[in-house]
Design a protein around this ligand. Structure first.
Ligand SMILES: [Zn+2]
Length: 235
């Protein structure tokens, strides 16, 4: 009983790290793409209203694109898991002996003696054959079972939260200062998030911060350059 409790705590912990990582990645995406969009449009000498509209459209478009991508990817993962389970169910019904031998040899490879492995496989299959095979043969646990809607909402939400920063900076900055303020604030937040994410994953915080800030700066520099060139051509 105690063991079961400890095990479920462990699963929750890794799950939380996964969610944190996904949230930070979504926020990074939101900051980089929206700040780049804003800097690019502002560099073309567009009026602030135009810059704000571009930024807001970028926020909505990006959040929806994240949601759609996540929904499709998690759904197709769920389809694969369902198909695997269905095949396993059919195999269990058709060839229980073979399935028992298969499970026993899995436990044997993990370090049990042959006789114990066969006994463990027998008992687990008597208890719930499909779960035993799903977990130990396919590597599927309940925590793996995919939730497409939840994943879609979470990545759209974290993208929008990230995008809100450059958008807010655009709203507050004096017209002539939009580019440096949005770029500066965005790089600062990117570095902070990159450092925190690296630290949470046990990696070097400074290296994580530098890496994220570098790509953010590159994205903004490129879109600013494109905005400048097209701005001059259009005016
Ligand atoms: Zn099996």
């Amino acid at each position: 009983m105690k063991k079961a409790l400890a095990k479920s705590d462990e699963i929750h912990f890794t799950q939380r790290i996964g969610w944190l990582r996904a949230a930070v990645l979504g926020a990074n995406d939101g900051i980089v793409s929206t700040a780049s969009l804003i800097v690019g449009v502002a560099a073309a000498d567009a009026p602030r209203s135009g810059v704000l509209i571009a930024g807001m459209a970028g926020l909505v478009a990006g959040a929806m694109s994240m949601a759609a991508g996540e929904y499709v990817s998690v759904s197709s993962q769920a389809d694969t898991e369902r198909a695997d389970l269905e095949r396993e169910r059919l195999e269990l019904a058709a060839e229980p002996e073979l399935e028992h031998a298969e499970l026993a040899s899995i436990y044997e490879r993990r370090g049990l003696e042959r006789a114990s492995a066969e006994e463990v496989a027998r008992q687990l299959m008597a208890h719930d054959a499909l779960s035993a095979h799903a977990r130990d043969e396919l590597g599927l646990t309940e925590t793996h079972s995919a939730r497409p809607i939840q994943a879609a909402v979470a990545s759209a939400g974290s993208f929008a939260a990230g995008a809100a920063l450059p958008l807010g900076a655009t709203f507050l900055a004096p017209a002539a200062m939009v580019v440096p303020l949005v770029a500066g604030a965005s790089l600062l937040l990117l570095a902070l998030l990159g450092g925190l994410a690296a630290q949470a994953g046990g990696a070097n915080a400074l290296r994580g911060a530098t890496r994220v800030a570098f790509w953010g700066a590159l994205a903004m520099a490129l879109t600013a350059g494109v905005g400048r060139v097209f701005g001059i051509a259009a005016n």
